[in-house]
Design a protein around this ligand. Structure first.
Ligand code: ATP
Length: 357
């Protein structure tokens, strides 16, 4: 068992930067867990604090029933793979993989056997005598993983594990990493700023902002039910449309369109309330000819993205649209998926994904 529990975890760097702000988080045993968020939100600090490479300024970290908050890294039974892999350039692949075992004073013969076994599991057997400088980025990454695996740690910590690989290799390595984690079943926490990577790999994701966690959930939950407009805007390959709306009786008035309030929403809103309506570009349909009752706007940009185009429309704001029919050439209808949250971000630009063909 190796669940990780953080309570009111706080990190203030010398100079006063608060990187973690009384953060609570539980990661289950065997989970593949992503820390996701924009640059500077505290992902790496959180990972390094779990590893013991940063000392917490307050709060606690537990791995199972052990409070590890004040333990040095070597006593935590965790292995970290760094973004740049941090391999020893003068050592062979075999020596790199065996290094942690040497530190643990495992005898030479057992070290070699264990390194060979781990290398075999990661498809590195033919490379044991090479040095890191003679390996591709993907191979170096596997050596770094092998070195982390060799000691059978309770927890794997991966800092942006795929960011040094080119796009094609990254996809391959993603699949490989997911399979490996499934096979090993080791609790794994990885940091990424790439939401597609988090959605593809993780069992659950913590979306962070400013040293705090804005939402924890499965990829489906954070994608379909973002808890706030920050998460709604951050998750998704094309950002969610966030449009000002007003509750009017049983309806929601959104940029001149009247939508029935979603089921169950009545209890959460009051008549006349202003809120933000969120709908993903891929959940809207697009028609170049007028559709009665549909959101109407002026097409301003069409971006060809290969198998689909992203059409950007300027739509009149809610008040203007309520007063009269807007002129325009683009029409989007069949909306779905509302996102709640405070009215902190809204605009009159709406994007629609239009499949080719
Ligand atoms: P990125 O995706 O850019 O790596 P991140 O989400 O991992 O960002 P952190 O590296 O954890 O963010 O940094 C969180 C905050 O703490 C940032 O404001 C950063 O500038 C600050 N910070 C990080 N390391 C230190 C340090 N050693 N001393 C002072 N401030 C630091």
């Amino acid at each position: 068992m190796s669940a990780i529990t953080m309570r009111e975890l706080t990190k203030v760097y010398p100079g006063g930067v608060q990187a973690l702000d009384a953060l609570d988080l539980e990661i289950a045993d065997g989970e593949f867990f992503a820390l996701l968020g924009p640059s500077g939100c505290g992902k790496t600090t959180l990972l390094r604090t779990i590893a013991g490479l940063e000392v917490a300024s307050g709060g606690s970290v537990r791995i199972d029933d052990r409070d590890v908050t004040n333990l040095p890294p070597g006593k935590r039974d965790v292995a970290m793979v760094f973004q740049d892999y941090a391999l020893f350039p003068h050592m062979t692949v075999q020596e790199n993989i065996a290094y942690p075992l040497r530190i643990k004073k495992v005898d030479r013969r057992s070290r070699a056997a264990k390194a060979a076994e781990t290398a075999d599991e990661l498809g590195l057997s033919a490379l044991l005598e090479r040095r890191p400088g003679q390996l591709s980025g993907g191979q170096q990454q596997r050596v770094a993983l092998a070195r982390a695996m060799a000691c059978h740690p309770q927890v794997f910590l991966l800092d942006e594990p795929l960011s040094n690989l080119d796009a094609r290799l990254r996809l391959e390595a993603r699949t490989f990493l997911k399979r490996l984690q499934r096979e090993l079943g080791v609790t794994t926490v990885f940091v990424t700023h790439d939401q597609a990577e988090a959605l593809a790999l993780a069992d659950r994701i913590a979306v962070m902002e400013g040293g705090r966690i804005r939402q924890v959930g499965t990829p489906t939950e954070v994608f379909r039910r973002p808890a706030n407009t920050f998460v709604a805007g951050f998750i998704g390959s094309t950002p969610m449309n966030l449009v000002d709306a007003t509750v009017r009786g049983d309806e929601l008035h959104v940029a001149g369109v009247r939508l029935p309030l979603p089921e169950g929403a009545h209890a959460q809103v009051t008549d006349g309330e202003s809120l933000v309506y969120g709908v993903r570009p891929e959940y809207l349909d697009y028609s170049p000819t007028p559709v009665p009752g549909a959101l109407t706007g002026q097409v301003v940009v069409v971006e060809n993205l290969g198998s689909f185009s992203l059409v950007s429309l300027d739509v009149p704001d809610e008040t203007a649209a309520d007063d009269g029919a807007p002129a325009g050439t683009g029409h989007a209808g069949s909306s779905a998926a509302a996102a709640g949250g405070a009215a902190e971000a809204a605009g009159t630009s709406v994007q629609v994904v239009v499949a080719e063909g």
